[in-house]
Design a protein around this ligand. Structure first.
Ligand code: DX5
Ligand code: ZN
Length: 219
């Protein structure tokens, strides 16, 4: 399978969110990455349910909703109703992770589990066979525009090995600091899904940047 590109809408112009969602969904991107921050799990706040619902109305591609939210199980059905196709919750935010993953599946969405840069990869071992996506954070969650943490490359390779060992089909989504100039090495390390916010929207032609990411070849 070739890799997927999931531009993060967090870096769009929120005065023109419908326009930017339409641009992403007609640019050859595979998913739109939607970062929800609650001011508790992460210090920052972004946007919530009504905004996700509005984005859905302008998108023709799946919404990949990344919940940086404490106790995310409180909101799973709400985000599914708002239009989430992939729902990703943080391992660090959820005590009953397996039950939450079951709930996501029951709602009819794909389940993702995100892990912070300091969380050991092996903590995913039990959940890997049950999920469709691992969102490996390559920055500390909370803000767009941060630099890729270099140690993330070896975390991607170690995660890929663990996925193989556990007979999991989970895709490795890399989130944070992914830019045109480091995306190839991230793919070479084993990434399946590239999330990029400022790396796309910081370019003079964001649609062309999405195409450039899409045209890279997976190792
Ligand atoms: C960080 C978010 C990311 C963010 C990535 O908390 O989860 O999805 O939007 O932004 P860039 O690509 O600018 O690092
Ligand atoms: Zn994200």
């Amino acid at each position: 399978m070739s890799h997927l590109v999931a531009p993060s809408i967090l870096s769009c112009d929120f005065a023109h969110v419908g326009r930017d969602v339409e641009m992403v969904s007609s640019s050859g991107a595979d998913w739109i990455h939607v970062d929800v921050m609650d001011g508790m799990f992460v210090p920052n706040m972004s946007f919530g349910l009504p905004v996700v619902e509005a984005m859905k109305r302008h998108s023709s591609i799946p919404l990949d909703v990344h919940l940086m939210v404490a106790q995310p199980e409180r909101y799973l059905s709400h985000f599914k109703e708002a239009g989430a196709d992939v729902i990703t919750i943080h391992l660090e935010a959820c005590i009953h992770l397996h039950a939450a993953v079951q709930q996501i599946h029951k709602l009819g969405a794909k389940a993702g589990v995100a892990i912070n840069p300091s969380t050991p990869i092996f903590q995913l071992v039990e959940i890997l066979p049950d999920i469709e996506v691992v969102c490996l954070m390559s920055v500390n969650p909370g803000w767009g525009g941060q630099s890729f943490i270099p140690g993330s490359l070896s975390r991607i390779s170690r995660l890929k090995a663990l996925i193989g060992k556990t007979n999991s089909k989970a895709l490795i989504e890399v989130d944070g600091g992914v830019k045109l100039d480091n995306a190839q090495e991230i793919l070479n390390a084993g990434a399946d899904v590239l999330v990029s916010g400022s790396g796309v929207f910081g370019q003079p032609d964001p649609a062309a940047a999405i195409q450039t990411l899409k045209n890279l070849k997976k190792a």
